[in-house]
Design a binder for this molecule. Sequence first.
Ligand code: FAD
Ligand code: FES
Length: 275
Amino acid sequence: MQRFHLLGTIVRRQEFNEHAAVLGFLAPEIAASARPGQFLEIKVAGVLWRRPMSIYRCEGDVVEILVVVIGAGSRSLFQSKIGEKLDVIGPLGNQFPIDKVTGVGKLEVIIAGGSGIAPFPFLVERVQRQGRTPRIFVGARTKSQLLLDHLPAEQVHIATDDGSEGYKGSVVDLFTNFIDAHSIDVRDIVVYACGPGGMLRSLQEVVRARRIQAWLSVEREMACGLGICQGCVVRLADGGQRELQNSSGKMDAPDVRYALACTEGPVFDANSIIL
Ligand SMILES: Cc1cc2nc3c(=O)[nH]c(=O)nc-3n(C[C@H](O)[C@H](O)[C@H](O)COP(=O)(O)OP(=O)(O)OC[C@H]3O[C@@H](n4cnc5c(N)ncnc54)[C@H](O)[C@@H]3O)c2cc1C
Ligand code: FES
């Protein structure tokens, strides 16, 4: 897929709270070609490496990102103002395989934790455009950290760690309770998920145990985003964990294989990776 390197003028800025904002900038080439799950590498003042940001929405010529403040890079981006230009490379990475969902009665389920909500307004819009209605499970530590503005409220189920909104507990438990309560045939479910490592690991256990098809978007530090620096490795499950005794009685190194999250991901089949 073609990628672009451009300076996009910021034309929109919507602040949700003191830690999160959506920035919209002009990037017609990216808006026309991006797919849900892909990301951008954005140059940020004050930090050395570009920061990867998911594509949050594409509307006309405008591409939006959701910035949640973690450290220096995201804070600098969060403080960007309308009229400033962003130095952007993208779209990068693979996508959630929404075009491969066929068959009547498939239930597409989105599971998002914290800033992991970022790829999903775009994905929901594209799935709905294809005539399907995904269920959306969103988790956050507390009510004030929920970022729900661009999701269809009637399809959203909420979990917070402190119970200040929705189900008290993890979003993975909320999802598991939902499929148990509705006796849904797991063969009909396709999960798309993004969130913190702990959430993805616990979801991976659930979907493996129940044989649910699931696609996980994983976060890694990404200096280049282009497959050059090798800094974004994800361990593959099919590399095996064999430790063979060689002729001298020593153990060989385990047969371990890795993929690059920036070019082979960030979206992986839950069965294919070790988190
Ligand atoms: C494919 C991909 C898509 C992404 N999409 C988005 C997005 O849409 N919106 C968004 O806000 N961010 C997104 N991120 C994360 C973002 O790129 C930065 O990693 C993050 O903002 C931290 O950068 P920083 O410069 O602010 O903090 P840094 O200075 O890099 O980190 C500060 C501290 O926070 C820790 N840290 C770094 N990242 C995280 C994290 N995610 N959670 C918890 N602690 C962390 C670091 O280890 C360090 O201790 C994405 C990452 C990837 C790989
Ligand atoms: S970020 Fe450089 S190889 Fe993936």
